[in-house]
Design a protein around this ligand. Sequence first.
Ligand code: F6R
Length: 260
Amino acid sequence: MEVVICKDYDEVSLKAARVVADLVHARPDAVLGFATGSSPMGLYRELARLHKEEALDFSKASSFNLDEYCGLASDHPQSYRYFMNKELFDHINLPVEKTRVPSGTAEDWPAQCAEYEQQIADAGGIDLQVLGIGSDGHIAFNEPGSSLGSRTRLVYLTEQTIADNSRFFEKQEDVPRTAISMGVGSILEARQCVVVASGANKSPALAAAVEGPITCMITASALQLHPDTIIFCDEDAASQLTMREYYNWIQQQKQADKTT
Ligand code: F6R
């Protein structure tokens, strides 16, 4: 894992967006994996800006989202489909029919999950997966105890995640208890993972994910097994990383190597 410690959330967002943009330039038909939540909002804002002001072209790309709440239709303001349209898809030229978010209202969850996995495989797999990290160390909605080999499936959210995400809802009781989520195993198959993390409330989870043992109790720790994961975090999120100075030193060396 490469850890890039940034001065603030804006720098996290700009640097992560640069990685996505470089891929889209190099491979216009890239298959992108997107996450929702607060963490990638700045990244999406920057992609929208790059599209508008620098003609970053998504017309040949396609995308898959990590998860969706069960019970919320796509036009529900708290659904992840709604979030993605509002935060990103409405502002770039990624054809909407090539954007996939699991349905929150499917009649047959196992069939839908199997179909989602098949659609990812048919697309040739995900080239770059954007990820946030939950305060309990989850990626997508793979809560503590999820199998590290898990695939897309129906999951039950922890009380911690329900409380964390209640800020988007009128009241905590409105937060759905279940979701459809890509599994840890599905995520690990993405060719590249880009994690964005900011704020002190993420620091224990980030430290456990990067420097702790690989464990189903912190599903983000499975990314230690991934050959190409880059983590962009701000100083607050990085505050409990014991190897912080080493990660900074690596980035300084890389910068120096570029300029010589
Ligand atoms: C959402 C998702 C979640 C979030 C995580 C962090 O699609 O996959 O794993 O990334 O819960 O959420 P925020 O960014 O809101 O702190």
